[in-house]
Design a protein around this ligand. Structure first.
Ligand SMILES: Nc1ncnc2c1ncn2[C@@H]1O[C@H](COP(=O)(O)OP(=O)(O)OP(=O)(O)O)[C@@H](O)[C@H]1O
Ligand SMILES: [Mg+2]
Length: 290
């Protein structure tokens, strides 16, 4: 059975994209899983980390990115073709990773996202703006073990399309005051959407990202979050499971976002030291929960 997992946080810049891309690469390359990464973020960061920018711009012009999917619903056209949109064997590793595919995003989504709530019942069929992605990918889902969805830092219609098809959501979080402050809000809003949309999405856990061992706050908030994970779910301070694996802030991780870097293995891409090991541990832990 295909498992679909969204990565979300209402706070921007907490390492969602970097972590989602790494998890996709490790699942595909080191664990031989068939993975589709869906880039739902109009900032297109996961897309430019995984495919050549010029090839992507051509696809965007030809209507082979997520822009066309949503535009079709606004314009009442049916130009988008999921099989043409998905890019096979992506990543800057070698000529791409065999089991890793990408459904690319588009900067054009920024302009149309505010119009999406206006999509309503058509004359002959009912279309809700949150089921657009589901309708588009249902025919290809069975080809994958995992579908990872990189969401923008908001819970707008585009993100809700991702949550609608997700079995789980992951919350990457920097262990500081401002980043952890919004966790109950994410949990509450996903819970309301789950109820309203009658879906089964569950939190898979919180992954501590960009951890700085020198920071007193980072060191004190991490055990505090673990304590909150053990509270009763009805306690307003409750948070879902905290992954044992912690992703530290490192220059190596930031450099790995460069698509043009010439590398052949994940060890070359992420370094032979701790970064490779951290992502590999994260992937193993992830696999133990799904
Ligand atoms: N563990 C890390 N160590 C160092 N740099 C990192 C790490 N994780 C991410 N970065 C860098 O920090 C920046 C923000 O990370 P990323 O884009 O993954 O965050 P995000 O949560 O997806 O942001 P947004 O909310 O804008 O989508 C990027 O430049 C990325 O390369
Ligand atoms: Mg991002």
């Amino acid at each position: 059975m295909t498992k679909v997992i969204s990565t979300i946080n209402l706070k921007g810049g907490v390492g969602k994209t970097q972590m989602t891309v790494a998890l996709a690469e490790f699942l595909a390359m080191e664990h031989n899983k068939r993975v589709l990464l869906i880039d739902l973020d109009p900032q297109t960061n996961a897309t430019v980390m995984l495919i050549d920018e010029n090839a992507w711009l051509k696809k965007d012009q030809k209507g082979e990115t997520l822009l066309q999917l949503f535009k079709d619903k606004l314009d009442r056209t049916s130009i988008f073709d999921i099989n043409k949109a998905i890019v096979k064997e992506v990543s800057n590793i070698g000529v791409g990773i065999k089991n890793l595919d990408l459904l690319p995003s588009s900067l054009g989504l920024i302009e149309i996202q505010d119009s999406l709530p206006l999509i309503s019942a058509g004359r002959f069929h009912v279309t809700s703006p949150v089921i657009i992605l589901k309708e588009a990918i249902s025919t290809v889902l069975y080809q994958y073990d995992f579908v990872l969805i990189d969401c923008p830092p908001n819970l707008g219609i585009i993100t809700l399309n991702g949550l609608y098809i997700s079995d789980y959501y992951l919350i990457p979080c920097i262990p500081d005051i401002l980043s952890t402050y919004g966790i109950p809000q994410i949990l509450g809003r996903v819970r309301s959407f789950k109820k309203e949309a009658k879906i089964g999405i569950k939190p898979l856990g919180i992954i501590i990202s960009m951890f700085r061992a020198q920071s007193r706050t980072h060191k004190s908030i991490t055990p505090e979050l673990k304590h909150r994970a053990n509270l009763s779910q009805t306690d307003p301070k409750w948070v879902p499971r905290i992954f044992e694996t912690i992703i530290p802030l490192t220059v190596r991780t930031a450099d790995a976002a460069d698509f043009s870097a010439s590398v052949n293995t994940l060890k070359q891409k992420y370094g032979y030291g701790t970064v490779y090991n951290d992502y590999e541990n994260l992937t193993k832990e992830f696999l133990s929960y799904v």
